[in-house]
Design a binder for this molecule. Sequence first.
Ligand SMILES: Cc1cc2nc3c(=O)[nH]c(=O)nc-3n(C[C@H](O)[C@H](O)[C@H](O)COP(=O)(O)O)c2cc1C
Length: 152
Amino acid sequence: MSILVAYFSRTEVTKKLAEAIASETGADIEEIVSKVNYSGKIGFARGGKDAISEKIIDLEPLKFDVSDYDLVYLGVPVWAGKAANPMISYIKQNEGKFNDVKFFVTAGGTGFEGALEQMEKYVGKAPLKTLGLTTKEVKHDEFGDRLSSFIE
Ligand SMILES: Cc1cc2nc3c(=O)[nH]c(=O)nc-3n(C[C@H](O)[C@H](O)[C@H](O)COP(=O)(O)O)c2cc1C
């Protein structure tokens, strides 16, 4: 089975999880890079605003084509109770091209459900599985069992 892990990450928390999934499954890995700068304090404020308005932005060119994969893992941080909008932009850019999907989300502690529902709405199909982890759990490697059942 061909597998892709596509993720967006501003501060490398979701990235850590994406790399763990890719290494366990042998998947290709695509980092979604935004052309909009979301770094620093100004970027934080812009991110919150753009997530709330579900702003579609331009992304750097992609390496992989989602339609080549049986399963795509989509990973994203929660921004303002929603999925960070660069991920929504990625999904939009690949509309109608996904086969099976699984979603993984990281957050300080709230907004998992909102982000997951929004991703399902944009992908247009229910994920096979979802995983939500806090920033702290990811940083402290407290995800072994849950990660194993997520990638099963
Ligand atoms: C603009 C912005 C908004 C955020 N909003 C939330 C939120 O609503 N709830 C929450 O628990 N964490 C929120 N966070 C924290 C991130 O979801 C959390 O730190 C995440 O693990 C960061 O992942 P990353 O390092 O992959 O970017 C927000 C972070 C940013 C930058």
